[in-house]
Design a protein around this ligand. Structure first.
Ligand code: ASP
Length: 580
């Protein structure tokens, strides 16, 4: 007996044929003397019927969920009243003639059968799921997600191949690449006391490939960043990494838009309208309080700094920025307090408010609100005004967080895929702690050449040729035009407080490469996990990664990280200082 087709591929046209199916018992039921088996493989379910007369009846009677079996039988059309329209195989069933148990199975720690029948899977806590990932991965939802991920990658390859890109692999055991995180280190056995760093991105290698004349490079690359854990981060994650030569920012943006459109067409059958909107960093921050605005709803921030300037409300009168948000409903005190907690967690001093009801403003700071504000914001009955005042960035970001929360709570978020580009990022930002300038993207990003004259005199005004690709409120990609001249790169290092000696020691190879005639070049990297999560309609990237780490960065299935033997440590010349 050899398998003739996948369970999930069984159709009406197979009626009267003898088939051999192999798979897992999704469910077994005894009905009026007959045994019904839902047999499952990656393509779906097929119904197998075993009658008491069949010679394999006794064997079928032993079956339990998740046993692996092989069945031979005749396909027949189901009686009209037994057709299951929810299953692609629902018009037929297989009358078993022979049946073989290939493997028995323990009772799974949680049921996985419902999703395959088109029903909702039972909710299971994530820790249990990750610990039992093999069973978890059997579920329909994860099969769908990993299949979608594959389709996305296949679409990327076909599109980029058609555009003349070539895929090149870059090393995992390498030297530090600064993307703003800590490196994972790998000790060298052959040179004790020396370490490789796992790449935070292939950034410098792809730039060197451009210097080497490869012109259009891409890679589905694993990146490693030892960052503090946040909800939706993994210490190892996947990028679609690209680099192009002799291009402008507009060329890179246009190509990536066509790539996004191609992927959505191939995987979702959707036609996106191009080009995507572009917002400058300043505009995104001012209007949405975020450099990755969610455009699926409005509720924009309004600037009211001037309305309060020098007025009697002290807290607002001298503030650098005062921003307002008009919530389209009357919020209760309690709701306002909850929103205030969100604003404060982003650095706001507080969240001021007033309600517009009974033809007037009342509550909160109502008595301080100048009359012309009502016109300016064209207020209506039944709305709540929310304000934050303070330094510009904290003000917009904290009210931006309130905006997002309101969007969710009030159900304002429209379905769909809203892509946009955020451009004109500042090149530098001031690092309070270190009290020096630091890069906003990475140290190889080119300043906007129109702003070059400000580099020494007013560095904060210098814009970068840097862009972020945003989908539904999350940053799914980011890139820049790079510095391709050694002198400018050296100037940049100096501005970042990297001494010539340090620059030489850490990035000498790049500077050397740049002195052999580098083409103007630029690129981008997409966060593939997050992008696929969006397409899959999943909140967490762990739902689109086969073997993810948990929220503590642990991989509980195999139990990593784990201690190693003394002998292994000795071989790489290491000793553990203390166990924390
Ligand atoms: N290497 C950058 C990153 O990982 C992306 C880029 O500039 O192409 O964010």
């Amino acid at each position: 007996m050899r398998r003739t087709l996948y369970c999930g591929h069984l159709r009406k046209e197979h009626a009267n044929q003898t088939v051999v199916l192999e798979g897992w018992v999704n469910r077994r039921r005894d009905l009026g003397g007959l045994i019904f088996i839902d047999l499952r493989d990656r393509e779906g379910l097929a119904q197998v019927v075993v009658s008491p007369e069949a010679s394999c009846f006794a064997e079928a009677d032993r079956l339990r969920s998740e046993w692996v079996i092989r069945v031979e039988g005749k396909v027949q059309l189901r009686p009209a009243d037994q057709v299951n329209p929810r299953l692609a195989t629902g018009a037929v069933e297989v009358i078993a003639e022979r049946l073989e148990v290939l493997a028995e199975a323990k009772t799974p720690p949680f049921p996985i059968d419902a999703g395959w029948r088109g029903e909702e899977d039972q909710h299971v806590g994530e820790e249990v799921r990750l610990k039992n990932r093999v069973v978890d991965l059997r579920r329909k939802r994860l099969h769908d997600n990993l299949r979608l991920r594959h389709q996305v990658v296949a679409a990327i390859y076909s599109f980029l191949d058609g555009e003349g890109f070539i895929s090149v692999e870059t090393p995992y055991l390498t030297r530090s690449t600064p993307e703003g995180a800590r490196d994972f280190l790998v000790p060298s056995r052959l040179e004790p006391g020396h370490f490789y760093a796992l790449p935070q991105s292939p950034q410098l290698f792809k730039q060197m490939l451009m210097v080497a004349g490869y012109d259009r490079y891409f890679q589905i690359a694993r990146c490693f960043r030892d960052e503090d854990l946040r909800a939706d981060r993994q210490p190892d994650f996947t990028q679609l990494d690209m680099e192009m030569s002799f291009v402008t920012q507009d060329d890179i943006i246009a190509l990536n838009e066509r790539l996004a459109a191609h992927i959505l067409r191939e995987t979702k059958g959707l036609e996106l309208t191009l080009p995507f909107p572009r917002l400058s960093y300043a505009e995104a921050m001012n209007r949405f309080g975020s450099d990755k605005p969610d455009l699926r709803f409005g509720l924009e921030l309004q600037d009211v700094t001037e309305v309060f300037r020098g007025g009697e409300f002290r807290a607002f009168a001298a503030a650098e920025t005062v921003k307002a948000l008009v919530a389209p409903s009357l919020l209760s005190r309690r709701e306002i307090e909850e929103l205030e907690a969100i604003a404060k967690s982003k650095g706001a001093a507080g969240l001021a408010w007033a309600r517009y009801e009974n033809a007037g403003l009342s509550g909160g700071i109502a008595k301080f609100i100048p009359a012309d504000l009502r016109q300016k914001l064209s207020l209506n009955e039944g709305q709540t005004l929310l304000f934050v005042a303070g330094p510009w960035r904290k003000t917009v970001e904290s009210l931006g967080a309130v905006r997002l929360e309101l969007g969710k709570r009030l159900g304002l978020i429209e379905p769909g895929y809203r892509f946009l580009w955020v451009v004109d990022f500042p090149l530098l930002e001031w690092d309070e702690e270190a009290s020096r300038w630091t890069y906003m993207h990475h140290p190889f990003t080119s300043p906007n050449l129109d702003d070059l004259h400000l580099l020494d005199t007013d560095p904060q005004k210098v814009r970068a040729y840097a862009y972020d690709f945003v989908l539904n409120g999350s940053e799914i990609g980011g890139g820049s035009i790079r510095i391709h001249r050694r002198d400018l790169q050296e100037r940049m290092f100096a501005l970042l407080g990297i001494s010539p000696a340090e620059a030489q020691q850490k990035f000498g190879f790049l500077l050397e490469a740049l002195s052999y005639g580098a083409p103007p070049h630029g690129g981008i990297a997409w966060g593939l996990d997050r992008f696929v999560a969006h397409l899959a309609g999943e909140e967490s990237i762990r739902e689109v990664i086969a073997f993810p780490k948990n929220k503590e960065g642990k991989e509980t299935l195999t139990g990593a990280p784990a201690p190693v033997d003394e002998a292994q440590l000795a071989a790489v010349g290491l000793a553990i200082r203390s166990k924390v």
